[in-house]
Design a protein around this ligand. Sequence first.
Ligand SMILES: Cc1cc2nc3c(=O)[nH]c(=O)nc-3n(C[C@H](O)[C@H](O)[C@H](O)COP(=O)(O)OP(=O)(O)OC[C@H]3O[C@@H](n4cnc5c(N)ncnc54)[C@H](O)[C@@H]3O)c2cc1C
Length: 564
Amino acid sequence: MSKDERYDVVIVGGGPNGVTAAAYLAKSGLSVCVLEERPELLGGCENVEVVPGVRIDPHMTFMYAGAAPGFEQLELWKYGFRMAWHQMQPDGTPAALIWTSDGPVTPTLKDLDGSLRLQGAHPDNTYWKDLLRAVYWCPPHPSEVEITADNVPYMQVIKQNAPEMYTEELLEMSQFDLMDEYLETESYKVAQGIIAWYSGASPEWQGVGIPAYAGAANFSVATGLSISRGGAHTYGHAVVRCALAHGAVMRTSCPVDEIIIREGRAVGVRLRDDSAFAEKTIWANKAVLANVEIKHLFQDLIGPKHVDVGFMQRIRDISLKGSSIYVSHFLLSKPPLVRPKFKNPDQGDKRLFFGGCGPCDSRELYFEHIMDINGRKSFPSMPPEKVPWIMVPHEEDDSRVRRPDSYLLSPFYVIVPPPEYLVEGPESMHREKDKWDTYMRKALGTVVENLEDDLIGQWSNPPWESEHRNWGLLGGGWYTTRHCSDQWFETRPLPELSRYRVPSIDGLYLCHQSSGHPGGLFLMAIPYNLMHILIEDGLVEPGDWWYPSPWYIPQEGKISAVPR
Ligand SMILES: Cc1cc2nc3c(=O)[nH]c(=O)nc-3n(C[C@H](O)[C@H](O)[C@H](O)COP(=O)(O)OP(=O)(O)OC[C@H]3O[C@@H](n4cnc5c(N)ncnc54)[C@H](O)[C@@H]3O)c2cc1C
């Protein structure tokens, strides 16, 4: 019989949040073991070679984490992290196109000025890093603290840096309310709203106007429309290297079947019988971290024995909040060209297409799409030339396409209903993939003239496939649940779980996009926020490299995460 394996911390799931937590804890001197079900680590940071010499991202592409303290704290540059900055072309061609059905959108000076002010990125007053950190990289306040305008982190940052913008009403406003005050061109506002919607919060949702704007800002301000070199998978590799360098152990093909709970305390995990590692029980001296989707965690790995039946029902009821993403990838044999009417007026005859967002004709068009997603929940009723979509700018990252005469348009996103809510049934999108793929090709073909003629290949992952690929991407969306006010800060995913602890089970902590503020996209946010809580519980004492969020409020009776 093999001897017992014992670690200070066992992490269930090797997704980006799991391995980042491992890096933080191993750097703090703890022994850590990550157990991943799949044959490779990094969950949604997957990168796939669809044909030799062409690599795509089925899930994560954009780097939304430019403001994350983790880059400094984990020193990721030492472990190979590099950005593929997407810049304006030398001739001034913009990074991406924003358009309406009639042609490109040209923002006015007031639009640009207002937009930069709302992002904290105006050249006269730049504080975007503080603002984004306050929105995402700060743990929710303890439950005994009443949330008021005076202690919401982003409200404090705005009050301090832009008092002329500050009003308590910011807490009630939607992104459209903010844009109606600060911008002027309808189609530009719609573009910002679509970008925010794709980044977590819908522009019409009350009470999350600043988080919606900040989500969109992460997409551009912090990283200049950027992507890590080689895709998100190589970002993930840098984190894994960091964790390994500090002594963490990572085991793949090791699905966890059960979290072992004794006398109300998580003490280890049991692996599934067919796992690759012979020792089937792994003990945790200090804590078990769950980097798995919240419903799977409670329903399968913890089970009804250890939680109240009413609580379990509330876990089942956590809503997918209406939307998911259909991802497509297109390979062309010639450079992609925009149709003449979409050509940038400043670019002479040039018609090269780099990606973009549209059609942004009007709010009505946007709401029509929302009706399809939240109301009809079926195959789009809108004609493909009207459906809003986003496509990443054609990258200058030669680690993606390494074969001649091949031009990648990838990823191309359209928001669709989550499979679980489709009226025709969860698998219908997957069954009718050809129909959906044709729709997506027609949508992109509205702008890209030579898509059909020069197409070498088209690949796609409908949300049903996304969620089954990595077992964690519930609903196949970027977030699992979205940034509406009942899934934000101290209410996510349920108020009693918002500080990453499980009240009825000591030693068990939540570390998955579905189980904590701020959810998906904002890399390293959950592990960084969780570190505050693990320090509070006396489980970890990081070195001098650690700094907490300036807006963090310690829980009474616990050890403060602010170094003495
Ligand atoms: C289509 C799509 C596009 C996206 N685009 C972006 C983007 O551009 N930028 C961005 O930042 N984010 C993007 N995301 C979101 C991003 O993928 C997620 O936020 C991220 O993957 C969440 O990380 P995680 O570690 O919380 O969970 P996951 O990535 O879900 O990782 C969880 C891990 O746990 C493993 N696991 C599950 N059950 C068990 C078990 N019982 N035992 C052991 N292991 C288990 C899974 O196999 C998985 O590896 C996108 C997501 C999707 C679906």
